[in-house]
Design a protein around this ligand. Sequence first.
Ligand code: IPM
Ligand code: MG
Length: 370
Amino acid sequence: MTARNLFLLPGDGIGPEAMAEVRKIIAWMNEAKGANFVTDEGLVGGCAYDAHGAAISDADMAKAMAADAVLFGAVGGPKWDAVPYEVRPEAGLLRLRKDLELFANLRPAICYPALASASSLKPELVEGLDILIIRELTGGVYFGEPKTITDLGNGQKRAIDTQVYDTYEIERIAGVAFEMARTRKNSVCSMEKRNVMKSGVLWNQVVTQTHKDKYSDVKLEHMLADAGGMQLVRAPKQFDVIVTDNLFGDMLSDVAAMLTGSLGMLPSASLGAPDAKTGKRKALYEPVHGSAPDIAGKGIANPIAMIASFAMCLRYSFNMVTEADNLEKAIANVLDKGIRTGDIMAEGATRVGTVEMGDAILAEFQALSA
Ligand code: IPM
Ligand code: MG
């Protein structure tokens, strides 16, 4: 069988601990199932800065470009708070997203039944929650130019960020949202601020047009992004697929993540356009949580988001649907058994560390794969 090439970028903080649990799953799939994953590993974020003076080296960028999929841990930490803006840890992640043209960021927010009580909302509001946030990832204010701080010479400075979207960028992300909706509950809510922002006006027009032209079978609704944030905490189960821009998507996905009980639970996939010849997409999979420097190295981090990110990788990069389903089921089963890391601990449950959680999920995955 042809090799399945994975490039691992564990990064900083709890990234390496979480990645180690995925490595165990990969090793087992190779050994027992002949999955033929070939892994290589690089540096990103603060550790890359320490080694090369850059948030990711050109050599590692080339490997990320060549791989079938990239698995990414987390970047950043107080150690690098004072490094120059251009080489801050986050710059490595942003370069990966931009250079690989990973315009579509899929952030599912699923509330596992066993965790409904860990949410900050009432259990009945989040039980059975299953939202997919589709965040535009290579445009908007993250990358728009000019992006500057200028000295005005009178003791004042001026900072400028630029929010910019072209029609094609909105069209292609809307397309992803409608396609995904068709595989789910067939409903899309588009969020922008057309009442204040020109980019919101265009966003709204292009989503509406794309819907009319190609996806009129899907239910479409528009919401102002602030109202959308309010609805997400008021009645989150009204949503199926939410499509929004880079910055709103960043914020709304953190809100959605917390509805599910812990940031430590949520995976994400960042996908490029399918290649015209091979149909393959460039892809990067990462947990939504950050590097959590306060708990790094203590062996208590929750590896579920990282493992669930690998499940998304199986599904979207390798079309290993049964394996992806089984891995997700394994996570749910382990939670049902009351096995918990500290962040999702509940009364009467068994508190475990990162490695034990990884072992429990692997054992369950093995049983389901038998
Ligand atoms: C995320 C993160 C990143 C972002 C940071 C680390 C640059 O918050 O993936 O949501 O803002 O996109
Ligand atoms: Mg974020």
